[in-house]
Ligand binder design. Structure first.
Ligand code: FAD
Length: 389
Protein backbone atom coordinates (compact mmCIF):
# COMPACT_ATOMS: atom_id res chain seq x y z
CA UNK A 1 0.00 0.00 0.00
CA UNK A 2 1.23 3.51 -0.83
CA UNK A 3 2.21 5.71 2.09
CA UNK A 4 1.49 9.42 2.39
CA UNK A 5 3.26 11.34 5.13
CA UNK A 6 2.01 14.74 6.22
CA UNK A 7 4.19 16.73 8.58
CA UNK A 8 2.60 19.61 10.47
CA UNK A 9 -0.80 19.43 12.14
CA UNK A 10 -1.91 23.02 11.55
CA UNK A 11 -4.93 23.86 9.38
CA UNK A 12 -2.89 23.25 6.18
CA UNK A 13 -1.73 19.75 7.19
CA UNK A 14 -5.13 18.79 8.61
CA UNK A 15 -6.85 19.82 5.38
CA UNK A 16 -4.32 17.90 3.25
CA UNK A 17 -5.09 14.82 5.39
CA UNK A 18 -8.84 15.41 5.05
CA UNK A 19 -8.60 15.20 1.26
CA UNK A 20 -6.99 11.76 1.51
CA UNK A 21 -9.56 10.19 3.83
CA UNK A 22 -11.18 8.17 1.06
CA UNK A 23 -7.93 7.19 -0.67
CA UNK A 24 -6.53 3.74 -0.61
CA UNK A 25 -3.26 4.53 1.16
CA UNK A 26 -1.58 4.60 4.53
CA UNK A 27 -1.61 8.13 6.01
CA UNK A 28 0.73 9.28 8.75
CA UNK A 29 0.42 12.77 10.23
CA UNK A 30 3.49 13.81 12.22
CA UNK A 31 4.00 16.84 14.43
CA UNK A 32 6.78 17.86 16.77
CA UNK A 33 4.34 18.98 19.44
CA UNK A 34 2.34 16.74 21.77
CA UNK A 35 -0.89 17.89 20.12
CA UNK A 36 -1.89 19.31 16.74
CA UNK A 37 -3.48 22.65 15.88
CA UNK A 38 -1.80 24.79 18.54
CA UNK A 39 -1.63 27.97 16.47
CA UNK A 40 -5.18 27.31 15.26
CA UNK A 41 -6.23 27.43 18.92
CA UNK A 42 -4.17 30.57 19.59
CA UNK A 43 -6.02 32.17 16.68
CA UNK A 44 -9.20 31.22 18.51
CA UNK A 45 -8.19 33.20 21.59
CA UNK A 46 -8.87 36.57 20.05
CA UNK A 47 -12.13 35.68 18.26
CA UNK A 48 -11.97 32.72 15.91
CA UNK A 49 -12.15 34.42 12.54
CA UNK A 50 -12.16 31.41 10.21
CA UNK A 51 -12.79 33.09 6.87
CA UNK A 52 -14.73 35.96 5.31
CA UNK A 53 -18.10 36.12 3.57
CA UNK A 54 -17.04 38.38 0.67
CA UNK A 55 -17.71 37.50 -2.96
CA UNK A 56 -15.03 35.34 -4.57
CA UNK A 57 -13.43 38.15 -6.53
CA UNK A 58 -13.33 40.60 -3.60
CA UNK A 59 -12.04 37.82 -1.42
CA UNK A 60 -9.18 36.81 -3.68
CA UNK A 61 -8.01 40.42 -4.03
CA UNK A 62 -6.98 40.36 -0.38
CA UNK A 63 -4.11 37.99 -1.20
CA UNK A 64 -0.82 39.26 -2.54
CA UNK A 65 0.32 36.41 -4.82
CA UNK A 66 -1.18 34.71 -7.85
CA UNK A 67 -0.25 31.35 -6.41
CA UNK A 68 -2.43 31.70 -3.33
CA UNK A 69 -5.22 33.36 -5.33
CA UNK A 70 -5.57 30.26 -7.51
CA UNK A 71 -5.46 28.03 -4.40
CA UNK A 72 -8.28 30.02 -2.82
CA UNK A 73 -10.21 29.79 -6.07
CA UNK A 74 -9.96 25.99 -5.98
CA UNK A 75 -11.05 25.72 -2.34
CA UNK A 76 -13.02 28.85 -1.57
CA UNK A 77 -14.47 30.42 1.57
CA UNK A 78 -17.79 28.73 0.67
CA UNK A 79 -16.10 25.31 0.44
CA UNK A 80 -14.46 25.82 3.83
CA UNK A 81 -17.74 26.88 5.46
CA UNK A 82 -19.45 23.84 3.89
CA UNK A 83 -16.73 21.56 5.25
CA UNK A 84 -17.11 23.04 8.74
CA UNK A 85 -20.84 22.41 8.58
CA UNK A 86 -20.19 18.80 7.58
CA UNK A 87 -18.16 18.25 10.75
CA UNK A 88 -20.92 19.86 12.84
CA UNK A 89 -19.50 23.38 13.13
CA UNK A 90 -22.15 25.97 12.31
CA UNK A 91 -20.76 29.40 11.45
CA UNK A 92 -22.13 32.93 11.65
CA UNK A 93 -21.34 36.13 9.80
CA UNK A 94 -19.96 38.66 12.26
CA UNK A 95 -19.05 42.32 11.98
CA UNK A 96 -17.85 43.45 8.56
CA UNK A 97 -18.59 40.08 6.99
CA UNK A 98 -16.11 37.99 8.97
CA UNK A 99 -17.04 34.34 9.56
CA UNK A 100 -16.86 32.87 13.07
CA UNK A 101 -18.10 29.64 14.64
CA UNK A 102 -21.56 30.05 16.22
CA UNK A 103 -21.37 31.72 19.65
CA UNK A 104 -21.57 28.60 21.77
CA UNK A 105 -18.81 26.80 19.86
CA UNK A 106 -15.33 27.07 21.37
CA UNK A 107 -12.13 26.84 19.25
CA UNK A 108 -11.20 23.51 20.87
CA UNK A 109 -14.56 22.09 19.75
CA UNK A 110 -13.76 23.02 16.15
CA UNK A 111 -10.38 21.30 16.40
CA UNK A 112 -11.83 18.25 18.14
CA UNK A 113 -14.60 17.85 15.55
CA UNK A 114 -11.95 17.92 12.82
CA UNK A 115 -9.70 15.45 14.66
CA UNK A 116 -12.66 13.10 15.18
CA UNK A 117 -13.16 13.00 11.44
CA UNK A 118 -9.49 12.16 10.85
CA UNK A 119 -8.60 9.88 13.76
CA UNK A 120 -10.25 6.64 12.63
CA UNK A 121 -8.33 6.73 9.36
CA UNK A 122 -5.11 8.63 10.01
CA UNK A 123 -2.23 7.67 12.25
CA UNK A 124 -1.15 10.66 14.34
CA UNK A 125 2.52 10.47 15.35
CA UNK A 126 3.27 13.29 17.78
CA UNK A 127 6.41 14.55 19.54
CA UNK A 128 8.23 13.74 16.31
CA UNK A 129 10.43 16.33 14.67
CA UNK A 130 11.04 16.65 10.95
CA UNK A 131 14.78 16.87 10.33
CA UNK A 132 15.41 16.22 6.63
CA UNK A 133 13.99 14.68 3.47
CA UNK A 134 14.93 13.40 0.03
CA UNK A 135 12.90 11.98 -2.87
CA UNK A 136 11.91 8.81 -0.99
CA UNK A 137 12.47 9.21 2.73
CA UNK A 138 11.88 11.67 5.48
CA UNK A 139 14.20 11.82 8.47
CA UNK A 140 12.63 12.49 11.86
CA UNK A 141 13.79 12.69 15.44
CA UNK A 142 11.74 10.86 18.06
CA UNK A 143 12.78 10.25 21.70
CA UNK A 144 16.22 11.62 20.85
CA UNK A 145 16.72 9.08 18.06
CA UNK A 146 16.93 9.76 14.33
CA UNK A 147 14.83 7.58 12.07
CA UNK A 148 14.13 7.46 8.32
CA UNK A 149 10.62 6.70 7.07
CA UNK A 150 9.80 5.82 3.45
CA UNK A 151 7.04 7.68 1.66
CA UNK A 152 5.35 7.72 -1.71
CA UNK A 153 4.03 11.24 -1.18
CA UNK A 154 5.09 13.82 1.37
CA UNK A 155 3.25 16.99 2.40
CA UNK A 156 5.24 19.48 4.46
CA UNK A 157 2.91 21.91 6.23
CA UNK A 158 5.37 23.24 8.79
CA UNK A 159 4.03 26.77 9.18
CA UNK A 160 5.86 30.10 9.19
CA UNK A 161 7.95 31.53 11.96
CA UNK A 162 5.60 33.53 14.16
CA UNK A 163 4.60 32.29 17.61
CA UNK A 164 7.26 29.51 17.64
CA UNK A 165 5.88 28.27 20.95
CA UNK A 166 3.03 26.74 18.94
CA UNK A 167 5.52 24.58 17.02
CA UNK A 168 6.13 26.60 13.85
CA UNK A 169 9.73 27.52 14.58
CA UNK A 170 11.02 27.82 11.01
CA UNK A 171 13.68 25.12 11.56
CA UNK A 172 12.77 23.74 8.13
CA UNK A 173 14.20 26.83 6.38
CA UNK A 174 17.77 25.60 6.96
CA UNK A 175 16.87 22.19 5.47
CA UNK A 176 15.32 23.80 2.38
CA UNK A 177 18.23 26.23 1.89
CA UNK A 178 20.68 23.34 1.94
CA UNK A 179 18.76 21.78 -0.94
CA UNK A 180 18.92 24.97 -2.98
CA UNK A 181 15.17 25.66 -2.69
CA UNK A 182 14.71 29.41 -2.97
CA UNK A 183 13.13 31.00 0.10
CA UNK A 184 12.16 34.63 0.45
CA UNK A 185 13.21 35.90 3.88
CA UNK A 186 10.52 35.81 6.55
CA UNK A 187 9.25 39.19 7.66
CA UNK A 188 6.72 40.19 10.29
CA UNK A 189 3.22 40.58 8.90
CA UNK A 190 -0.05 41.69 10.48
CA UNK A 191 2.31 43.30 12.94
CA UNK A 192 1.95 46.25 15.27
CA UNK A 193 3.89 49.35 14.21
CA UNK A 194 6.89 50.51 16.23
CA UNK A 195 7.02 54.33 16.41
CA UNK A 196 9.86 56.64 17.33
CA UNK A 197 9.88 57.44 21.07
CA UNK A 198 8.70 61.06 20.70
CA UNK A 199 5.40 59.80 19.25
CA UNK A 200 4.59 57.68 22.28
CA UNK A 201 4.13 60.34 25.00
CA UNK A 202 1.98 59.07 27.82
CA UNK A 203 -0.47 57.45 25.45
CA UNK A 204 -0.19 53.74 26.32
CA UNK A 205 -3.66 52.17 26.41
CA UNK A 206 -5.33 55.14 24.69
CA UNK A 207 -7.40 54.48 21.58
CA UNK A 208 -7.44 56.46 18.37
CA UNK A 209 -11.04 55.87 17.34
CA UNK A 210 -12.62 55.80 13.89
CA UNK A 211 -9.61 56.88 11.88
CA UNK A 212 -8.45 55.83 8.44
CA UNK A 213 -4.83 54.94 7.69
CA UNK A 214 -3.19 54.60 4.30
CA UNK A 215 0.22 53.65 2.98
CA UNK A 216 1.04 53.15 -0.69
CA UNK A 217 -1.99 51.46 -2.25
CA UNK A 218 -3.31 50.02 1.04
CA UNK A 219 -5.74 51.68 3.40
CA UNK A 220 -8.02 50.65 6.25
CA UNK A 221 -10.49 52.24 8.67
CA UNK A 222 -10.97 51.38 12.32
CA UNK A 223 -9.38 51.98 15.72
CA UNK A 224 -5.70 52.02 16.64
CA UNK A 225 -4.52 51.18 20.15
CA UNK A 226 -1.45 52.94 21.59
CA UNK A 227 1.03 50.63 23.24
CA UNK A 228 4.38 51.13 24.99
CA UNK A 229 6.13 50.84 21.60
CA UNK A 230 3.66 52.16 19.04
CA UNK A 231 0.36 51.10 17.57
CA UNK A 232 -1.68 47.91 17.34
CA UNK A 233 -4.99 47.21 15.62
CA UNK A 234 -6.50 46.18 12.31
CA UNK A 235 -5.68 49.40 10.41
CA UNK A 236 -2.01 49.05 11.44
CA UNK A 237 -1.89 45.41 10.29
CA UNK A 238 -3.64 46.15 7.02
CA UNK A 239 -0.87 48.46 5.75
CA UNK A 240 2.08 46.20 6.65
CA UNK A 241 2.60 45.05 3.05
CA UNK A 242 2.84 48.59 1.66
CA UNK A 243 5.13 49.71 4.50
CA UNK A 244 7.47 46.78 3.91
CA UNK A 245 8.04 47.98 0.34
CA UNK A 246 9.14 51.49 1.41
CA UNK A 247 12.73 52.47 2.01
CA UNK A 248 11.68 54.97 4.69
CA UNK A 249 8.27 53.61 5.72
CA UNK A 250 5.56 56.09 6.63
CA UNK A 251 1.77 56.16 6.61
CA UNK A 252 -0.92 58.82 6.62
CA UNK A 253 -3.74 58.99 9.11
CA UNK A 254 -7.02 60.68 8.35
CA UNK A 255 -7.95 61.77 11.86
CA UNK A 256 -11.45 62.81 10.79
CA UNK A 257 -12.58 60.51 7.96
CA UNK A 258 -16.25 61.34 8.58
CA UNK A 259 -15.70 64.90 7.25
CA UNK A 260 -14.23 66.26 4.04
CA UNK A 261 -11.17 68.49 4.29
CA UNK A 262 -13.39 71.44 3.32
CA UNK A 263 -15.79 70.71 6.20
CA UNK A 264 -12.90 70.36 8.68
CA UNK A 265 -11.54 73.68 7.41
CA UNK A 266 -14.93 75.36 7.90
CA UNK A 267 -15.19 74.13 11.51
CA UNK A 268 -11.66 75.35 12.25
CA UNK A 269 -12.27 78.69 10.57
CA UNK A 270 -15.43 79.37 12.57
CA UNK A 271 -13.80 78.45 15.90
CA UNK A 272 -12.39 81.22 18.15
CA UNK A 273 -8.92 79.61 18.04
CA UNK A 274 -7.32 76.37 16.73
CA UNK A 275 -7.60 74.62 20.13
CA UNK A 276 -11.31 75.34 20.26
CA UNK A 277 -11.58 74.08 16.68
CA UNK A 278 -9.93 70.79 17.61
CA UNK A 279 -12.43 70.41 20.47
CA UNK A 280 -15.34 71.05 18.15
CA UNK A 281 -14.03 68.41 15.77
CA UNK A 282 -14.12 66.02 18.76
CA UNK A 283 -10.63 64.72 18.08
CA UNK A 284 -9.42 62.39 20.85
CA UNK A 285 -6.48 62.74 23.20
CA UNK A 286 -4.02 60.92 20.92
CA UNK A 287 -4.85 63.03 17.88
CA UNK A 288 -4.55 66.23 19.87
CA UNK A 289 -1.21 65.15 21.39
CA UNK A 290 0.19 64.42 17.94
CA UNK A 291 -1.14 67.62 16.40
CA UNK A 292 0.28 69.73 19.24
CA UNK A 293 3.68 68.07 19.07
CA UNK A 294 4.17 67.52 15.37
CA UNK A 295 2.34 70.28 13.50
CA UNK A 296 4.43 73.43 13.19
CA UNK A 297 3.09 76.57 14.87
CA UNK A 298 2.65 78.21 11.48
CA UNK A 299 0.47 75.35 10.17
CA UNK A 300 -1.41 75.10 13.47
CA UNK A 301 -2.50 78.74 13.20
CA UNK A 302 -3.61 78.44 9.58
CA UNK A 303 -7.06 76.69 9.40
CA UNK A 304 -6.45 75.52 5.83
CA UNK A 305 -3.10 73.96 6.70
CA UNK A 306 -4.41 72.52 9.97
CA UNK A 307 -7.36 70.92 8.13
CA UNK A 308 -4.89 69.38 5.70
CA UNK A 309 -2.74 68.07 8.55
CA UNK A 310 -5.81 66.52 10.23
CA UNK A 311 -6.85 64.77 7.01
CA UNK A 312 -3.35 63.63 6.08
CA UNK A 313 -1.32 63.22 9.20
CA UNK A 314 1.98 61.66 8.22
CA UNK A 315 3.82 59.31 10.60
CA UNK A 316 7.15 57.57 9.97
CA UNK A 317 7.64 54.15 11.55
CA UNK A 318 10.75 52.72 13.17
CA UNK A 319 9.82 49.14 12.27
CA UNK A 320 7.65 46.15 13.03
CA UNK A 321 7.32 43.90 16.06
CA UNK A 322 9.60 40.85 16.26
CA UNK A 323 8.43 37.98 14.09
CA UNK A 324 7.94 35.75 17.16
CA UNK A 325 5.15 38.03 18.41
CA UNK A 326 3.18 38.72 15.27
CA UNK A 327 0.09 37.05 13.85
CA UNK A 328 1.70 35.87 10.63
CA UNK A 329 4.73 36.31 8.44
CA UNK A 330 5.39 37.13 4.82
CA UNK A 331 8.16 35.18 3.09
CA UNK A 332 8.86 31.47 2.80
CA UNK A 333 9.09 29.08 -0.16
CA UNK A 334 9.15 31.11 -3.38
CA UNK A 335 6.27 30.28 -5.71
CA UNK A 336 8.86 29.84 -8.48
CA UNK A 337 9.84 26.62 -6.66
CA UNK A 338 6.39 25.01 -6.72
CA UNK A 339 3.64 23.92 -9.08
CA UNK A 340 0.01 25.11 -8.77
CA UNK A 341 -0.61 22.29 -6.31
CA UNK A 342 2.40 23.15 -4.15
CA UNK A 343 4.62 20.30 -5.42
CA UNK A 344 8.32 21.17 -5.24
CA UNK A 345 9.90 21.40 -8.70
CA UNK A 346 13.13 19.91 -7.37
CA UNK A 347 11.40 17.07 -5.46
CA UNK A 348 8.51 15.42 -7.31
CA UNK A 349 5.87 13.98 -4.94
CA UNK A 350 6.92 16.36 -2.16
CA UNK A 351 4.40 19.15 -1.52
CA UNK A 352 4.45 22.25 0.64
CA UNK A 353 1.31 23.87 2.06
CA UNK A 354 0.15 26.72 4.28
CA UNK A 355 2.12 29.53 5.78
CA UNK A 356 5.52 28.10 4.81
CA UNK A 357 4.84 29.33 1.25
CA UNK A 358 5.52 32.99 0.45
CA UNK A 359 2.12 34.65 0.41
CA UNK A 360 0.53 37.23 2.60
CA UNK A 361 -2.95 38.44 3.51
CA UNK A 362 -4.51 40.66 6.15
CA UNK A 363 -6.26 39.35 9.25
CA UNK A 364 -9.98 38.80 8.79
CA UNK A 365 -9.98 35.02 8.24
CA UNK A 366 -7.84 35.19 5.11
CA UNK A 367 -4.87 33.48 6.77
CA UNK A 368 -6.61 30.31 7.90
CA UNK A 369 -8.48 30.23 4.57
CA UNK A 370 -5.19 30.46 2.62
CA UNK A 371 -3.77 27.60 4.68
CA UNK A 372 -6.76 25.26 4.28
CA UNK A 373 -6.99 26.07 0.56
CA UNK A 374 -3.36 25.23 -0.06
CA UNK A 375 -3.58 22.11 2.12
CA UNK A 376 -6.63 21.07 0.14
CA UNK A 377 -4.99 21.31 -3.27
CA UNK A 378 -1.92 19.32 -2.21
CA UNK A 379 -4.11 16.57 -0.68
CA UNK A 380 -6.44 16.51 -3.67
CA UNK A 381 -3.54 16.24 -6.13
CA UNK A 382 -2.13 13.27 -4.24
CA UNK A 383 -5.60 11.67 -4.05
CA UNK A 384 -5.99 11.99 -7.83
CA UNK A 385 -2.56 10.51 -8.47
CA UNK A 386 -3.27 7.59 -6.16
CA UNK A 387 -6.50 6.96 -8.04
CA UNK A 388 -4.73 7.10 -11.39
CA UNK A 389 -2.09 4.68 -10.16
C1 FAD B 1 -2.19 35.31 17.75
C2 FAD B 1 -2.68 34.79 16.42
C3 FAD B 1 -3.97 35.03 16.03
C4 FAD B 1 -4.41 34.59 14.77
N1 FAD B 1 -5.70 34.83 14.42
C5 FAD B 1 -6.15 34.43 13.21
C6 FAD B 1 -7.50 34.62 12.82
O1 FAD B 1 -8.33 35.08 13.61
N2 FAD B 1 -7.86 34.24 11.57
C7 FAD B 1 -6.98 33.70 10.68
O2 FAD B 1 -7.34 33.42 9.55
N3 FAD B 1 -5.70 33.43 11.06
C8 FAD B 1 -5.28 33.79 12.29
N4 FAD B 1 -3.98 33.51 12.66
C9 FAD B 1 -3.07 32.84 11.69
C10 FAD B 1 -3.30 31.33 11.58
O3 FAD B 1 -3.39 30.76 12.86
C11 FAD B 1 -2.13 30.74 10.79
O4 FAD B 1 -2.06 31.38 9.53
C12 FAD B 1 -2.28 29.23 10.57
O5 FAD B 1 -2.36 28.53 11.80
C13 FAD B 1 -1.08 28.68 9.79
O6 FAD B 1 -1.37 27.35 9.46
P1 FAD B 1 -0.28 26.32 8.96
O7 FAD B 1 -0.97 25.01 8.92
O8 FAD B 1 0.40 26.82 7.76
O9 FAD B 1 0.83 26.32 10.11
P2 FAD B 1 0.72 26.13 11.69
O10 FAD B 1 -0.66 26.32 12.17
O11 FAD B 1 1.78 27.01 12.23
O12 FAD B 1 1.11 24.61 11.90
C14 FAD B 1 2.40 24.13 11.61
C15 FAD B 1 2.60 22.81 12.35
O13 FAD B 1 3.85 22.27 11.94
C16 FAD B 1 4.50 21.74 13.07
N5 FAD B 1 5.96 21.77 12.81
C17 FAD B 1 6.73 22.83 12.50
N6 FAD B 1 8.01 22.46 12.35
C18 FAD B 1 8.05 21.13 12.57
C19 FAD B 1 9.10 20.15 12.55
N7 FAD B 1 10.38 20.47 12.29
N8 FAD B 1 8.78 18.86 12.80
C20 FAD B 1 7.48 18.49 13.07
N9 FAD B 1 6.47 19.37 13.13
C21 FAD B 1 6.75 20.67 12.87
C22 FAD B 1 4.11 22.63 14.21
O14 FAD B 1 4.25 22.01 15.46
C23 FAD B 1 2.66 22.97 13.86
O15 FAD B 1 1.75 22.09 14.46
C24 FAD B 1 -3.52 33.88 13.92
C25 FAD B 1 -2.22 33.61 14.34
C26 FAD B 1 -1.78 34.04 15.59
C27 FAD B 1 -0.39 33.73 16.02
Amino acid sequence: MKRVIIIGGGPAGLMAATQLLKSDCEILLLDQKASVGRKFLVAGDGGFNLTHSETQSEFREKYDSDWIKQAVKQFSNKDWIKFLKQIGIETKVGSSGKIFPEDAIKPIQVLNAWKQLLEPRIQFILNTRFVDFDEKQVEVERDGKLEKIDFDYLVLALGGKSWPVTGSDGFWTAVFEQKGIVLNPFQSSNSGLVLYENWLGDLEGKILKNIRVSAGDQSCSGDLVCTSYGLEGKPAYAINGALRKMEKPFFNVDLKPQMTQQKVFEVLKKAKNPSQGLKELKLGEVAIFWIRNFVSKQRFLDPKELAKAIKEFSIGIKGFRPIEEVISCAGGVSDAEISESGELNKFPNVFVAGEMIDWDAPTGGYLIQGCVSSGCISGKTIRNRLLAE
